[in-house]
Design a protein around this ligand. Structure first.
Ligand SMILES: Nc1ncnc2c1ncn2[C@@H]1O[C@H](COP(=O)(O)OP(=O)(O)OP(=O)(O)O)[C@@H](O)[C@H]1O
Ligand SMILES: [Mg+2]
Length: 591
């Protein structure tokens, strides 16, 4: 019930429309109720042989039908506007809310599930608020008014012929109640199917590469058959209840024909009244069914509303305190104090970072080294607050990142990750993502610095070439260079390159590094790389192992004092360039 009231709250901005359509519905109902009475009057006139009266009442009926037609058109237009308006508002609200949620929320969600809530559930809510509510009011009132009119004509006969009405409504309501969980389950399973398809399409490269179409097909078939089974159950419910709901009113009609017909023969009731009565009962058929249907709609809307509220009520866990200042001026001094990061405290897995203390002076380039899963990506994710540490604090230029304005913070940090995401837009738009106001010269300069200009100019439409969904029409190395250009254009205070050159060949990497050296003047840079050649370019090196910082210092210091680092250098990392090229390195070092 609480959900119901909250759903009604969505109508608040559309109050005028709701009242207007109710008003039009009432007026149309007035005509609906008038028509049977007029029909009875026509029959009486026929019996009296009064042709004038027949014509007059006939015209009245025509007028009433016409009036109802016009009013219904207007009512539908207004109600449609309300319904779509509610959908419009809700869509924006859900989308805005989703965008406001922290990254951690999305780690644990299936895209298909979220999509389903944003479409199926939203529709259910809007249908109910836009139409269902009016249908319920309209049909309930039609039933009441018609019943009153019938009681006025003949209370006893009214009582007899209305007997089935409460049963119909009760059964319709019951049906709605059983149908609701059944229908909800169909929606749930549909969402699972969507999620399944999503994953296959998103991972189509892997599916094809491993020739696992059959397996995906089987999984999908399983999901679809679950939808089928549940839909069949819902269909059985419908098959049983709906004809029953159609049948019961016929009982009333039969009773009326027998009892009322006998009364007309006895002379205790006029044929006119009898006809009016009969027409009233026929008029009731629609509203009775409608009431049942609309009640079902209400049930579904409440179920869907509950799922929507689950999202809307999920508070974002990473927010800026009101009126937070931007980052203080500075050149990007980063300090981690006793940082522990546990992605999933409930699961009891080992934290991704444990008690890390690390200070990186402004303008320094630091390389993060460590085995896979050692926490390198997790560490840099803390800087733009993609995650907040479970314990400890991250400070940039002396300010705790949790106490500064999050948008300003993120504008000062640019990240290039190992599998860069590009939007399906032009290359130009992708590079200018952080700064849509950038001029063409700025964009091209960023591309040149990232060693991307050459290949971009060779594309069919140059900078205006559209890249396919997620940038899949570019090679991995091309995507990385576009992503580096995007990061450079942002002119960040802190630059994070997470395996950002893993997909470019060694000579391109050298070129990028040379270019970056100039671009990185006066910025703090975090480089995560598996190639020793890259690591050697950093001023300092930090070695992570299982989430712990095991050592931090210059290359020479570590080589001298740290056995693990020595081991990494000697045999650990795949790229032996560092060892072989040692004499050449100083030229590119000091990046
Ligand atoms: N979003 C997440 N939710 C839960 N656990 C995560 C998440 N991201 C990373 N982890 C876990 O945290 C640990 C550290 O992962 P991280 O991505 O930081 O490693 P990494 O050092 O960057 O490794 P690689 O060199 O392979 O990129 C891993 O055990 C990983 O499973
Ligand atoms: Mg990583």
């Amino acid at each position: 019930m609480a959900i119901f009231w909250r759903l009604l709250g969505f109508l608040r901005p559309h109050k005028v429309g709701v009242w207007a359509s109710l008003l039009f519905a009432m007026a149309a109902m007035g005509f609906t109720v008038a028509i049977p009475a007029l029909t009875g009057a026509v029959v009486t006139a026929i019996q009296d042989g009064d042709a004038d009266k027949v014509r007059t009442f006939g015209l009245y009926i025509l007028g009433a039908a016409f009036g109802r037609w016009i009013l219904t058109v207007i009512r539908r237009l207004i109600a449609g506007r309300v319904s779509l308006g509610v959908e419009f508002d809700l869509r924006q609200r859900v989308y805005t809310h989703l965008q406001g949620l922290e990254l951690g929320f999305f780690d644990r969600q299936q895209t298909g599930q979220l999509m389903s809530r944003a479409t199926v559930d939203l529709q259910a809510v809007r249908f109910f608020l836009g139409y269902g509510l009016i249908f319920i009011t309209q049909s309930a009132l039609t039933i009441v008014f018609t019943a009153v009119a019938m009681f006025v004509i003949d209370p006893a006969l009214a009582a007899v012929s209305l007997i089935p009405v409460p049963f119909v409504v009760w059964i319709a309501f019951r049906y709605g109640r059983i149908a609701r969980p059944a229908q909800q389950e169909v929606q749930q399973r549909l969402a699972e199917t969507t999620a399944e398809a999503e994953e296959t399409i998103g991972g189509v490269r892997i599916v094809k590469a491993f020739a696992r179409e059959d397996r995906q097909q089987a999984r999908f078939e399983h999901a679809v058959s679950r939808v089928f089974a549940q839909s069949m159950y819902a269909t059985r419910l419908r098959a049983f209840y709906q004809p029953l709901i159609g049948f019961l009113p016929q009982l009333g009609l039969a009773l009326l024909l027998v009892v009322g017909g006998t009364q007309v023969i006895n002379g205790s009731m006029s044929l006119g009244h009898f006809t009016a009565f009969y027409t009233y009962l026929v008029t009731l058929l629609g509203p009775m069914r409608m009431l049942g249907m609309a009640l079902g709609m209400a049930q579904r809307a409440v179920a869907s509303g509950a799922r929507l509220f689950e999202i809307l009520d999920r508070e974002p866990r990473i927010t800026t305190p009101a009126g937070a200042p931007p980052l203080p001026d500075g050149a990007g001094r980063v300090e981690l104090r006793g940082v522990t990061l546990d992605f999933d405290p409930e699961r009891g897995t080992a934290p991704a970072l444990r008690d890390v203390d690390l200070t990186v002076e402004a303008g320094t380039t630091i390389a993060l080294v460590g085995g896979t899963g050692s926490g390198k990506t997790s560490l840099v994710a803390l800087l733009p607050r993609l995650y907040d540490p479970t314990a400890g604090a991250v400070l940039i230029d002396g300010a705790d990142v949790r106490e500064v304005d999050i948008d300003a913070l993120r504008a000062d940090i640019a990240v290039v990750d190992d599998d860069p995401f590009l939007f399906s837009a032009t290359v130009r738009e992708n590079i200018a993502y952080a700064r849509p106001d950038a001029t063409d010269e700025e964009i091209e300069r960023a591309a040149r610095r990232a060693q991307a200009a050459e290949f971009i100019e060779r594309l069919p439409d140059g900078y205006d070439t559209r890249v396919g969904e997620r940038g899949l029409t570019l090679s991995g190395g091309q995507r990385q260079r576009v992503a580096i250009a995007r990061a450079l254009l942002a002119e960040p205070r802190i630059l994070v390159l997470d395996d950002a050159t893993s997909a470019v060949d060694a000579s391109t990497e050298q070129q990028i590094k040379l270019a970056l050296r100039e671009a990185m003047q006066g910025r703090t840079t975090f480089i995560i790389a598996h190639r020793l050649s890259t690591i050697a370019l950093a001023d300092e090196i930090a070695v992570l192992e299982d989430g712990e910082l095991v050592c931090h210092g210059t290359h020479d210091e570590l080589l001298e004092h740290n056995a693990l680092y020595r081991e990494i250098v000697e045999k650990g990392l795949p790229d032996q360039v560092f060892l072989n090229r040692k004499p050449a390195e100083p030229e590119v070092a000091g990046l």
